[in-house]
Design a protein around this ligand. Structure first.
Ligand SMILES: [Mg+2]
Length: 257
């Protein structure tokens, strides 16, 4: 991973960013990161948070934050608030997803029984598609090995699963963050990021960001990625010297040179 000073920001028009522990510090969105988002917006960048957080949160983020869209529940949807209209694209139909929801309810029972100290994430009631198991947000923090075990239970039952810095999210279906980001750029901006990779940049902090780190030539992590490096095969190309929101602001500063 190279230092940010080696990054050439010329081609970037779109900024995709993770939220938890990338924009936030100890669970809160501080003024440094929030100001950095406004700075990007004022400079004319397209800004899209990409998160495992639920639909209920994303409704608020799309409406209230200085962003162009938000990709939520690990790519299950994107929401866009434009010209006083909320537009919601879903990767899979909610109606068809009922059967999968029932399978997730069964998995929830199995995981809570097998992995002691975990809990259903407190934001689960706002979710439409996935099941989020808390291993490091409101519960007493569990080691990364516990998160890996949860992920394996999801996968043994045919679900997809990703580990963030606070939750393990599991879902059925073929959507993911990267696919939904590429679809958003094509659909809403007419930009094919497979051909014009360097038009976008991604910032993240944990294993669930790995497909984004792998795809984007301009991929960044904030400094707190260090605790997850053993879980990540495709590391980002650049790393900030500071963690969380301060690290994000460092990247934005370089971008807005
Ligand atoms: Mg994160």
């Amino acid at each position: 991973m190279k230092p940010i000073s080696e990054f050439d920001p010329k081609s970037v028009e779109i900024v995709f960013t993770d939220i938890d522990d990338t924009l936030t510090d100890s669970g809160q969105l501080g003024h440094v990161a929030y100001e950095a988002l406004w700075r990007l917006k004022d400079k004319g960048f397209k800004v899209v948070p990409v998160t495992g957080r639920p639909a209920g949160w994303c409704e608020m983020i799309a409406r209230f934050w200085p962003v162009d869209a938000v990709v939520g529940e690990n790519g299950a949807f994107y929401f866009m608030y434009k010209n006083k209209k909320m537009r919601r694209y879903f990767s899979t139909s909610l109606k068809k997803y009922r059967k999968e929801k029932r399978k997730l309810e069964k998995l929830e029972k199995e995981i809570l029984k097998k992995i002691k100290g975990t809990a259903v994430a407190s934001d689960q009631f706002c979710r439409l598609f996935d099941l989020a198991i808390d291993f490091c947000e409101d519960v007493k923090p569990l080691p990364i090995e516990a998160a890996v075990k949860i992920k394996k239970i999801f996968e043994a039952n045919g679900a997809h699963a990703k580990i963030s810095s606070i939750h393990v999210n599991g879902w059925f279906g073929n959507f993911n963050k990267l696919k939904t980001c590429l679809y958003w750029a094509r659909q809403e901006l007419g930009v094919d990021l497979k051909k014009h990779n360097k038009k976008a940049l991604f910032v993240g902090d944990s294993p669930n960001d790995e497909p984004m780190f792998k795809f984007f030539e301009n991929s960044f992590a904030v400094a707190n990625i260090d605790k997850f490096l053993s879980q990540i095969e495709h590391t980002p190309k650049f790393v900030a010297s500071k963690p969380g929101g301060q690290g994000f602001a460092e990247i934005v500063k370089r971008l807005c040179l």
